[in-house]
Ligand binder design. Sequence first.
Ligand code: WTA
Length: 635
Amino acid sequence: MSNYHIKHLEEYYQVYRKSVRNPEVFWEEIAEEHFMWRKKWDNVLSWDFTKPEVKWFEGAQLNITENCIDRHLHIRGDKTAIIFEPNNPEEEAQHISYRDLHDKVCRFANVLKEQGIQKGDRVCIYLPMIPELAISVLACARIGAIHSVVFAGFSSSALATRINDATCKMVITSDGSYRGAKTIDLKGIVDEALKECACVETVLVAKRINTEIHMEAGRDHWLQPLLDEAYHDCVPEVMEAEDPLFILYTSGSTGKPKGMVHSTAGYMVYSAYTFKNVFQYREEDVYWCTADIGWITGHSYIVYGPLCNGATTVMFEGVPSYPDFGRFWEIVEKHKVNQFYTAPTAIRALAKEGVEHLEKHDLSSLKVLGTVGEPINEEAWHWYDDNVGKRKAPIVDTWWQTETGGIMITPIPFATPTKPTYATLPFIGIQPALMDENGNEIKGNQVDGRLCIKFPWPSMARTIWGNHQRYKDTYFSAYENKYFTGDGALRDEVGYYRITGRVDDVIIVSGHNLGTAPIEDAINEHPAVAESAIVGFPHDIKGNALYGYVTLKETGESRNQNNLRKEINQIITEQIGPIAKLDKIQFTNGLPKTRSGKIMRRILRKIAGKDTSNLGDTSTLLNPEVVQDIMDNAL
Ligand code: WTA
């Protein structure tokens, strides 16, 4: 029996039991048989959640790009590795073979070296979904530089924070980007950010939209001429198993974004193994994940996981609504996509447009459908199942996080019977636990609690860049000897998990994690604002939208409230990005606070969600009178 490819439910249970009873033996076998190592490990796993410290495959040496590219060359060199589908459907798609990819990654890696980048240096990548994004990620990995991809929808100020936090020496960007009918001046955003970033020595600029841009002499270089001159082969840097592969920022409930650090060997093994099984990928399949590589989903399931398995992975530059709402289905038909992985928010937006867009396209190639990023509601699940998969393509509702590196709870298609809104069973090797408020594990089924993981898995983040204490405080302090996810979950009568949502102050809007604190900090910079509180409220398409309660320094109607609302959203756009804009802004005379001065968000959440029948215990409030006032003026 091959443990690498699970095909039946019985097999799942058997392999799962093995992976949990003897994790080291299990993961050693997977690592041994399916990857290329320069040197094997001395020790499979050592861990201590109290420090916390986790090491997988210690002593091993490897380069992840040899696993993603080189080892495929002699068996599938001409196979398409990446299909690039441009924003504009009139522009031709590109098919990049494994051989081409090798050439492109090596040239890029040599350019990085010529520009002074060495093993361990941090490189910030701020690019749209064009081939250079995947190639630059792999080029960094080729030479052992640590990539930090920042989603190209973040503002200059958010970009600057991330560049400085990781002290990146280089930024890779483009002259601009296409997004549906819009073009975005990415280089201008980078220039603005770099006014605050003394650490950046070099900027490499890919040409995408061919506009005139400012090039800073001595700092900025056009990428293409450098690539043309670079040598087409590059010996991969030999990396230690635990060397950092990348940093990826995610929002926390407080403070600045957390730079989650992923290491090399464990991340590779787990992202590849999950990809194979969760999508049941077979050699001739075409796989498409609609995420952006700026998020963890793109790292693990557009780049590393698929390429490690020699897959054909689609990279789409555009948006689901351009030129119309049939675009996704047009792409599925055009490239005969077999596995399709997207977010509930996209499904809801497409469902709203009706089925006529679907009916125009042949979707019969689809075998597996996936969703990720937020809980999927029952209606959206059924719409996806009925209309996209025609009830023949199982839906894998995959729960995981930036911090987990790979999919943690998911059905295995054709093995695990699916159940709408349930992520179902833990993946191989994953040991979930539900915890009660007193820190005890809740055993048995038909229970709900806070979701923790009891045992290390290979792709867990190892630390927060530059702040190990914060890593410990955030993930390993709430429950003894367990990783705390920040999510609530319930377990049904057969042991299936349903993720109920965040239990902290992170709000997931259209699948993007947003911390309330940085948004409030941004609003509070407006000269008229005294204080503010942000909560989430249910939204038909986005899942959650943001509701802001804002108290002004001077009350009275002297200022036009609609103008103020615009100004507040403008500040948020500048400081974070348009994804963090507020849907509703209510001006208040005060915010409900406890005697210790903490804003009681629970009440604000209920008012925003129009669920005020029972506000719970308000006896500890310092200023109970503001609650009625806020309710009377709720939007
Ligand atoms: C949420 C995305 C319900 C969850 C890979 C988690 C989900 C956060 C699901 C991580 C799902 C992700 N069902 N909720 N299938 N997948 N989430 O770091 O709250 O962007 O903690 O990683 O998204 O978001 P992140």
